[in-house]
Ligand binder design. Sequence first.
Ligand SMILES: *[C@@H]1O[C@H](CO)[C@@H](O)[C@H](O)[C@H]1NC(C)=O
Ligand SMILES: [Zn+2]
Ligand SMILES: [Zn+2]
Length: 375
Amino acid sequence: MSILSSRLIFLILLLCAALVCAADLYKTLEIDRSASEQDIKKAYKRLSRKYHPDKNKDPGAEDRFVEVAYAYEVLSDSTKRQIYDRHGEEGLKAHEGGQQPHANPFDIFSSFFGGSQQQQQVRRGPTSVTEFEVSLADMYKGASIDFMIQKRILCDHCRGTGAASSSDIHTCSGCGGSGIKLVKQQIFPGMFAQSQMQCNECGGRGKIIAKPCPHCSGNKVMDHTAHYTLEIGKGMPEGKEVVFEGEGDESPDWEAGDVVLRVRSKKEQGGWRRKESSLYWKETIGVHEALLGFERNLTHLDGHIVELKRKGVTQPGFVQFIPEEGMPFYDQPAYHGDLYIEYNVVLPTELTSDTRKKLSQAFFGRDHPPGKDEL
Ligand SMILES: *[C@@H]1O[C@H](CO)[C@@H](O)[C@H](O)[C@H]1NC(C)=O
Ligand SMILES: [Zn+2]
Ligand SMILES: [Zn+2]
């Protein structure tokens, strides 16, 4: 009986392993089924770098690297992607007839990145860097912040050609599509010089658009409001640059650049100041508290209470050190820097005659203020 049940467990484990292998390829690349070719490339670029065993020594990183390469191999090939979409992994196996082994994931990686290095001739669009202010509380607690960017995207109607339809794009008859015209100039009677000029009929593009796209009026791009989410990690350093790769302005003439947000906390967050992992707070106390001691509750950035307790005299400007109540460390958010409380003592603007009498008695042993010689 016990042998039987342990076999059963073994079988179940095997089955689970098979299921893990057949994990959804879209999920592996963290994209959805409607992802474009560009989305697939972007996802592979990001994840393959993240899990490359040269860089990532976490257990399981290499497995993820292999899975990501396989998902990219399938989804970047439009035939394989179609088969996968319709018939799943089984369909792919049938298609390949069990003959074609998977490509080496490291070859996929180097041809992907090597390939894009060769393409450096492709122009990159501008990268925009924006200062982005968040509250210090968000940097303390961590937060997801939604924001919008106004940008240009390729017209989705003409896909950036600027023409109403592909039959409206004609080769320029003035230059035969080369964009260049050879011009003969007579220097002397009977003597000609030939020079090259940009074709004036097509502006050097070699193509003429008979009917411009009605959607973008032939501009090829349109204004668009794009929504993103910025993830603020606990203890994120001031000036940290968060890159949204390839999210810059689109154009048929370039590969979109990046959008970079430089994240900082807003100045003066209700008296809190930050310097790296340390926090500073100014607390104002009355003269009686400065003399006699006090207990106070300070509400921290996330709402938790820090008890401020002093016995005896607190000098104006005194700085109290409270360990581990500062900012979380970005790389180890379970640990915190320190907190420094600076005390400011306010004197009363007026004294009642009763208080005045009592103070005089306490400090001088008599009712009236001392004469000059006694000071
Ligand atoms: C501070 O808060 C604690 C509860 O967190 C409470 O027991 C205590 O009385 C408060 N002290 C002062 C001075 O308000
Ligand atoms: Zn258009
Ligand atoms: Zn032309």
